[in-house]
Design a binder for this molecule. Sequence first.
Ligand SMILES: [Zn+2]
Ligand SMILES: [Zn+2]
Length: 383
Amino acid sequence: MSKRDFYDVLGVSKGASSDEIKKGYRKKAKELHPDRNSDNPEAESQFKEANEAYEILKDAEKKAAYDRFGHAAFEGGMGGGGGQRPGQGFGGGDFSSAFSDVFDDLFGDFMGGQRGGGGRRAARGADLRYNLRITMEDAYSGLQKTINVPTAVACSACEGNGAEGGAEPSTCPTCSGMGKVRAQQGFFTVERTCPTCSGLGQIIKNPCKSCGGQGRVEKDRALNVNIPAGVETGTRIRLAGEGEAGMRGGPPGDLYIFVEVQAHELFERDGTNLYCRVPVSMSKAALGGAIEVPTIDGGRGRVQIPAGSQSGRQMRLRSKGMPALRGGGTGDMFIELAVETPVNLTSRQKELLREFEDLSEDNNPESKSFFSSVKSFWDGMKG
Ligand SMILES: [Zn+2]
Ligand SMILES: [Zn+2]
């Protein structure tokens, strides 16, 4: 039996708010609670179904994954890891947290109703995931990249249908092409996938020698990918139809590129803004002046430091941050000053600083009053 849509299970519409989902679940839970349904044998499984649906839909992240991938989001085993090798199915725990919603509007929904339901003539190929690590500079400018994806492609010898010489496959005699067989078990009729044709509904008398009747073969495929400027870690890029070829001429799956932007040694990123700490000499911080800072575009920016700047002071360089992925301008770069105490002084420098120090004490009544207040505090403690 194919799995029911979670929204249907809770009796709410697809765009339901979290409140509506909660209400829908409460209603179903009351209706179906096993205590009130001792005479309804179906209630228990429906109750479990409602619980399962609510577990997913109440969690924003899981809900987003479900909205996008359907039940497939929580099936199969990818199981953490997430190495470079594509070809793993979606599913498992942690991947949904890596989602970015950035591409939602661009690509809309997909895979709607592809899963579940048997009796298909040709199975759709699996979606593939490819993890792509790029530098922050590349994320700034965008890039063209050729990636090699090991995947299953349609067999050229049989044109993907799996039969030697391209002969037509014949209808499976076991299930008469339904892909499913029924068996009587007590009072129940149980439906299961046909063991002869594995649910495809067709068999091949003379399998293609190149692909063993699969209709597809393993192959490394080079793909040209366009990574737009402004991507960040978690951005997904979908290449429709570039996933695995389907079984025996079925439609191909999609390829998803999951972007990971490496940390930068100078810049920290927050959305479109960049942050960096810039060391400034003590004298420049005191006197004021211009400093040059590196920018993400590979150039340099000039910042005017006001006299008397303290460590931690933040300055802004407009439009020197990251571009927004969907247009809408460029972020800013924020520079935090780190005033440095000079070290390894020459004797002349020491002399000047001592002189400076003497002058400061004379000229800075505030520091005098500070010391005298500390002194009177300690005197007070003793007294
Ligand atoms: Zn073949
Ligand atoms: Zn069959």
